[in-house]
Ligand binder design. Structure first.
Ligand SMILES: Cc1ncc(C[n+]2csc(CCOP(=O)(O)OP(=O)(O)O)c2C)c(N)n1
Length: 276
């Protein structure tokens, strides 16, 4: 039977504001299928975002939702998870929201290993505000603020997440929606901070400036630049230049933040003789 997306959507909010051909829809659909796969009730899930095209997602999905300030989604989500550790908290962010203005919050969420899943829709650009370069704009590619090519080397969000302490890190693409769904589902099941980077197209703000003016061309470009981790192991750094590695890049176990926080509260209450 076909998947019933309408069950999870606020149909009264349609039509959505995303451009024709935008990859965010593929990521949102993968997220909805993943939530159903892990079997969570809608009322037990909170979806939190900052600001940007991707960050409009909570407006359209029928869960407990929170649309917060630019770059601060993880901060609000951390408060939510600490207040209700029994609930499942998912953050959905753009690359600018997660890695530029929200970069500092991103590092600390990884470090804490809080049981939240972050989905970063990496469309290489600030989509909502007119195509400014973001931390993930590839070197030499064009943006409204880099009309002759980006000078800054691109940030690898997954490598940063691993280095900062995230315990589940995967990268998928909108060219392979089913794989993306699998990574998101595994991230949701994972106890600890999970990061799923979804390489996505933005034909209007990024593709148009970089000789990929329609969605199909940009999704083909994404498909051609992704290298599955098993294949990447046999490739040299030169061969991997300009490519990105896909798959489950890092899975580890470590103390989870809300559990440790509750233990601290217990110790503190015991020390001052307060009954929980
Ligand atoms: C404090 C603050 N600074 C800047 C902005 C303007 N702004 C809104 S969305 C955005 C960038 C969004 O880019 P990204 O996170 O990559 O998401 P996308 O729109 O591509 O999904 C910016 C700079 C803002 N709303 N608030």
């Amino acid at each position: 039977m076909a998947f019933d997306y309408e069950k999870y959507l606020r149909m009264d909010r349609m039509p959505h504001m995303w451009c024709p051909g935008c990859g965010i829809g593929i990521v949102v659909k993968a997220m909805l299928r993943a939530i159903e796969k892990v079997g969570w009730a809608q009322d037990d899930v909170a979806i939190v975002s900052g600001i940007g095209c991707t960050s409009r997602t909570p407006g359209y999905v029928d869960f407990n939702t929170l649309h917060t300030t630019h770059g601060r989604a993880l901060t609000f989500a951390t408060g939510l998870k600490l207040a209700r550790p029994d609930k499942h908290v998912i953050v959905i962010s753009g690359d600018g929201d997660a890695a530029a203005i929200g970069g500092n919050h991103f590092l600390h969420a990884c470090r804490r290993n809080i049981d939240i899943t972050l989905i970063v829709v990496n469309n290489y650009i600030y989509g909502m505000t007119g195509g400014q370069a973001s931390p993930t704009t590839p070197f030499g590619m064009r943006a409204s603020t880099a009309p002759y090519g980006a000078v800054d080397p691109a940030m690898d969000i997954c490598q940063v997440a691993i280095a900062a302490g995230a315990t589940y890190v995967a990268r998928g693409t909108v060219a392979q929606g089913l794989l993306l769904e699998r990574y998101i589902a595994n991230g949701l099941r994972h106890k600890g901070f999970s990061v799923i980077e979804a390489m996505s197209d933005c034909p209007v703000q990024y593709g148009r400036r970089n000789r990929m003016p329609n969605a199909v061309e940009m999704i083909q470009w994404i498909r051609d630049h992704g290298v599955p981790i098993a294949r990447a192991k046999d490739m040299s750094p030169e061969e991997l230049e300009g490519k990105f590695i896909t798959g489950e890049l890092h899975v580890a176990e470590r103390v989870e933040y809300t559990e440790e926080y509750l233990r601290v509260i217990e110790r503190a209450q015991k020390a001052v003789g307060v009954q929980a």
